[in-house]
Ligand binder design. Structure first.
Ligand code: CO8
Length: 260
């Protein structure tokens, strides 16, 4: 597959994957999600020599500002559920990848961007990073695993608050809550990720693979929770509120929700 929206650079066994849609703050459109699916499902597994993968976003302003809202206007309940299921499956490929995957996060990691960072095994945040699940502002809920993984990382109480308010948190709060592993100056995120990958590369590779599998097994993959997210995401994409929320974002105005 020819990648249009992913940049791939490999050096010393470490592959850096950059989401490259800077003018849209690296928003995950369908094409980018398909490319991620191909990369983690087909391309990366063939690169058996890799120490690990770093996922980052182009430019200084954003890691990824979410799913591409400009593609949302066509969604209905059925298509919404399909897209959610597809996105969950793509992010499962990342979470279940047998080599370490580290997110290097600068700037905004919102919605699908926060979900992408959470699907990686570790997260290094620049001190300018901002995390959040602002989907409620659009009248929908997270659809790429965010309702489940946010709870796994920071606990039910704070996760519920962030999911309900759509509030953003900064890097230091994300560190305090356990959402990120390290906070470093913004231009040092990739280097810090490389340092960790080089350290892990000295350990037994089978042991690392088994760590990934057993850490994932701890959560027993509460598929019911993920399935509930798909159903609820689809439900919200079938509402008038969602159409109003997406239109308001694109028209750069406040949404007037009617609860319908
Ligand atoms: N989608 C599409 N375009 C985007 C997105 C996005 N998520 N975020 C930013 N952009 C675009 C803007 O429209 C703008 O484009 P243009 O110049 O053509 O108007 C450009 O990027 C720059 O953005 P802003 O001008 O808005 O920059 P600001 O500095 O003023 O604001 C923010 C930065 C705060 C990050 C703001 O852009 C913002 O709020 N973005 C949206 C954040 C958001 O709501 N994210 C969640 C999206 S929903 C989601 O991710 C659901 C995941 C599950 C999906 C399941 C299946 C579909």
């Amino acid at each position: 597959m020819q990648y249009e929206n992913l940049l791939i650079a490999e050096e010393d066994g470490i592959l850096t994957l950059t989401i490259n849609r800077e003018s849209a703050l690296n928003a995950l459109n369908t094409r980018t999600m398909q490319e991620l699916q191909h990369f983690f499902g087909v391309d990366a597994p063939e690169r058996s020599h890799l120490k690990g993968i770093i996922v980052t976003g182009a430019g200084k302003k954003a890691f990824v500002a979410g799913a591409d809202i400009k593609e949302f206007l066509d969604l209905d309940a059925e298509k919404g559920a399909e897209m959610s299921l597809f996105g969950q499956d793509v992010f499962f490929l990342i979470e279940r990848f047998h080599k370490p995957v580290i997110a290097a996060v600068n700037g905004f990691a919102l919605g699908g961007g926060c979900e992408l960072a959470m699907a990686c095994h570790l997260r290094i945040a620049g001190d300018d990073a901002r995390f959040g699940q602002p989907e409620v502002n659009l009248g929908i809920i997270p659809g790429y695993g965010g309702t489940q993984r946010l709870i796994q990382y920071i606990g039910k109480s704070k996760a519920t608050e962030l999911l309900m308010t759509g509030d953003m948190i900064g890097a230091e709060e994300a560190l305090r809550l356990g959402l990120v592993n390290h906070v470093v100056p913004p231009d040092a995120t990739v280097d810090k990720a490389k340092e960790i990958l080089n350290k892990i590369a000295k350990k037994g590779p089978i042991a690392i693979q088994k760590i990934i599998e057993t850490v994932n097994a701890y959560f027993q993959y509460d598929e019911d929770g993920f399935a509930s997210e798909v159903a609820s995401f689809g439900h919200t994409t079938g509402t008038d509120d969602f159409r109003e929320g997406a239109a308001a974002f694109i028209e750069k105005r406040k949404a007037a929700f009617k609860g319908k």
